[in-house]
Design a protein around this ligand. Structure first.
Ligand code: SAM
Length: 279
């Protein structure tokens, strides 16, 4: 196997620093550095970018990002046991890696980063989805990041890229596709991880569009889509009853049949509906 750097193999790193995987932190590690370099390449040209990595663990993806030439990597890791291993990476890469020990849901990394900024992560499922929604719903657009390259359970990845009419289509698809180009770029079987999780995974790449695909007020769109998909089996005139007093008129103005259900409605129509409601 080709080496991407002069640091020890990840199996040795894990043994040396006694990093037995903790289930409570969703630790399923990637040990194949060729694979982590391949994931890092999906983030695009890193040489002029700062990369924010969440959950570096023993540093497999971190090493991939640095070997692919990232200008700087800022990594936020909750598990303090990983810090000595990450320090070795920082030393080997001339300090291009900075590590913050803490919970990514609590830390604002912005003060440590200089644009352009790319985000890359292999995170536990619940933290990953929560961070993704935050990154997709800032107060202003474009956001602080250029692109997100994120590992998810395959089922979540499919929800991000889902098309209308499919079971996976819902709020996550709308939030993602309204203001980014979102693609699944790598599929991974459970055996790619140590220990292997129960389900398959996929890497999703989301590139921020300079402006939303269709105009709409973010808060209104978000509220309408949440209500519509909360009761996805109901007709929209029922599920959206609370969204506006004269909801049937707004649906018709947006070119939507009031008897349609949420999963039949494309992004463009949801944006038209949000515009009509916002007035
Ligand atoms: N990136 C490494 C890899 O690919 O091998 C580790 C991936 S493992 C799936 C998830 C990592 O996220 C673990 O190192 C875990 O400790 C860390 N983590 C879990 N919750 C976190 C949180 N809220 N904030 C920061 N890191 C977290």
């Amino acid at each position: 196997m080709a080496r991407i750097d002069n640091l020890p193999p990840l199996r040795d790193v894990i043994a040396t620093h006694q990093l037995s995987a903790k289930k409570s932190l969703g630790q399923n590690f990637l040990l194949d550095l060729n694979l982590t370099a391949k994931i890092a390449r999906q983030a695009g040209d890193l040489t002029n970018a700062d990369v924010l990595e969440i959950g570096p663990g023993p540093g497999g993806l971190t090493r991939g990002l640095l070997a692919e030439g990232a200008r700087r990597v800022l990594a936020i890791e909750k598990d303090a046991r990983c810090l000595p291993a990450l320090q070795e990476i920082s030393d080997a890469y001339d300090g291009r890696l900075q590590v913050i020990n803490g919970d990514a849901l609590e830390i604002n990394p912005l003060e440590h980063l200089t644009p352009p900024i790319k985000i890359a992560a292999n995170l536990p499922y619940n933290v990953g989805t929560e961070l993704l929604v935050r990154w997709l719903t800032p107060d202003v657009w474009p956001p602080f990041w250029d692109s997100l390259t994120l590992m998810f359970q395959k089922e979540v990845a499919q929800r991000i890229v889902a098309e209308p009419g499919s079971k996976a289509y819902g709020r996550l698809a709308i939030l993602a596709q309204w203001r980014t180009d979102a693609r699944i770029v790598i599929d991974l079987p459970p055996q790619a991880f140590t220990p292997p999780p129960k389900v398959s995974s996929a890497v999703v790449h989301l590139k921020a569009l300079p402006e939303p695909r269709y105009p709409a007020d973010a808060t209104t769109l978000s509220r309408v889509v949440a209500a519509a998909f909360n009761q996805r089996r109901k007709m929209l005139r029922a599920s959206l009853k609370g969204a506006a007093p004269d909801i049937e008129d707004h649906l018709i103005a947006a070119g939507i049949k009031p008897t349609d259900r949420a999963e039949q409605i494309g992004l463009e129509q949801f944006c038209a509906l949000a515009r009509s409601i916002k007035g």
